[in-house]
Design a protein around this ligand. Structure first.
Ligand SMILES: NC(=O)C1=CN([C@@H]2O[C@H](COP(=O)(O)OP(=O)(O)OC[C@H]3O[C@@H](n4cnc5c(N)ncnc54)[C@H](OP(=O)(O)O)[C@@H]3O)[C@@H](O)[C@H]2O)C=CC1
Ligand SMILES: CCCCCC(=O)/C=C/[C@@H]1[C@@H](C/C=C\CCCC(=O)O)[C@@H](O)C[C@H]1O
Length: 329
């Protein structure tokens, strides 16, 4: 028997989540039965979707949703050896009993020197979001100019670096001067702090006077209304997320899109990573190769301790992270 800790959604969020929205609980888990494995969390993923999805899919009292890298501590399932690692969507919890059907093994050629936390980020869900948004939705081509917002985050840092690998010009914006310096270190051609500029319109024009072929949108809202005006004819827009609206307490009036979309004949499409599940294996191998070759740098924002899950989540939504937000147990 093991005592699992778990974070529950004590009360639905109103605006930015608060520590009081969460409750830490404990649960006794029995020994695994035939076919089952007992998992222990090693790294928990901290992601923006948890904010809107909790409202859509959770009741008060439910365990918070989320993915983690876990270690198999006891196995009665021959497919999973004790000591091996898997990814599992079991929520914010330290231990979990699984029948094996919901587990994704870490790629078998994972290099020993790479932290397993990257399987939640650059070589995991957020890396895949960047890759698919660029290749499948933007259909980005060499020498094109790309704009990405929330650029210093998990998805954004990957978007800019993949665009550079493909021979494109990458423009990124983020919410602090340190983040902007980091984007330049990563090879972004232009980067600016959207919180300190006097006009977003001017900053976008200065960064790419000829306009943008592709726009990878993580932020939505008013930013998108302004960015659309600077797309080139036949530009493509990948709607990845709209984090600027996740904490809204009143329904948000969407960006005004028609005149730009029609007159410039733009294409805008939302996506979820899981659409290309059939490509995940090969895509993860491509991301892994770029990381091993040093063509992609991975920065992680690691918070220590399961008790700090709510704090890490609130901080990420407030812009406190550079790179992928992860909690290490
Ligand atoms: N479609 C899909 O399949 C997927 C979509 N996503 C989406 O991608 C986006 C980025 O996710 P991810 O990379 O994991 O998170 P990040 O690592 O980028 O962290 C979130 C960042 O968002 C920025 N942010 C917060 N509030 C605002 C705001 N009001 N305006 C502008 N920026 C803001 C902050 O950076 P700053 O300091 O720059 O403000 C913060 O650091 C999210 O919208 C998410 O929902 C993620 C994964 C998969
Ligand atoms: C308007 C909201 C847009 C959110 C965009 C976004 O960030 C999507 C992310 C998904 C994410 C969804 C996650 C969870 C389902 C529950 C699983 C769990 O962790 O318990 C994931 O599926 C990959 C992204 O496409």
């Amino acid at each position: 028997m093991v005592l699992a800790k778990l974070w529950t959604l004590q009360q639905h969020f109103e605006g930015l989540p608060k520590e009081s929205n969460f409750e830490l609980k404990q649960e006794e888990l029995p020994d695994p039965k035939d076919g089952e494995v007992l998992l222990e969390a090693v790294f928990l993923s901290v992601d923006p979707y948890m904010r809107p999805y909790s409202r859509m899919h959770l009741k008060e009292g439910d365990t918070m949703m989320g993915a983690q890298v876990s270690r198999v501590v006891r196995s009665r399932n021959p497919s999973y050896l004790e000591g091996s690692h898997v990814i599992v969507h079991c929520g914010w919890r330290t231990h979990f009993l699984s029948d094996g059907s919901d587990l994704t093994p870490i790629p078998s050629n994972w290099p020993e020197e790479l932290p397993l936390s990257l399987a939640l980020g650059a070589i995991g869900m957020t890396g895949l979001a960047a890759l698919y948004g660029l290749e499948e939705i933007c259909e980005i081509k060499a020498e094109e100019t790309l704009l990405v917002n929330a650029a210093a985050g998990a998805v954004g840092t990957m978007v800019g670096q993949i665009a550079k690998i493909k021979g494109c010009r990458a423009v990124g914006c983020a919410g602090s001067d340190d983040k902007v310096s980091y984007l330049k270190e990563l090879g972004f051609d232009q980067a600016f702090n959207y919180k300190t500029i006097s006009s977003l319109e001017d900053a976008l024009r200065e960064a790419a006077p000829q306009g943008y072929d592709c726009y990878f949108d993580n932020v939505g809202g008013d930013f998108t209304s302004t960015a659309l005006a600077q797309m080139k004819p036949f530009g493509r827009i990948a709607l990845s997320g709209s984090i600027s609206t996740y904490n809204n307490t009143a329904p948000h009036r969407g960006p005004s899109i028609h005149s730009h979309m029609i007159l410039k004949q733009l294409r805008m499409e939302g996506f979820l990573v899981e659409r290309w599940k059939h490509k995940h294996h090969d895509s993860l191998q491509r991301l892994l190769a770029w990381v091993k070759e040093g063509r992609i740098k991975c920065r992680e924002h690691i918070t220590e301790g399961f008790e700090n899950m709510p704090a890490s989540f609130i901080s990420m939504l407030s812009g406190g992270n550079v790179g992928k937000a992860v909690v290490k147990i």
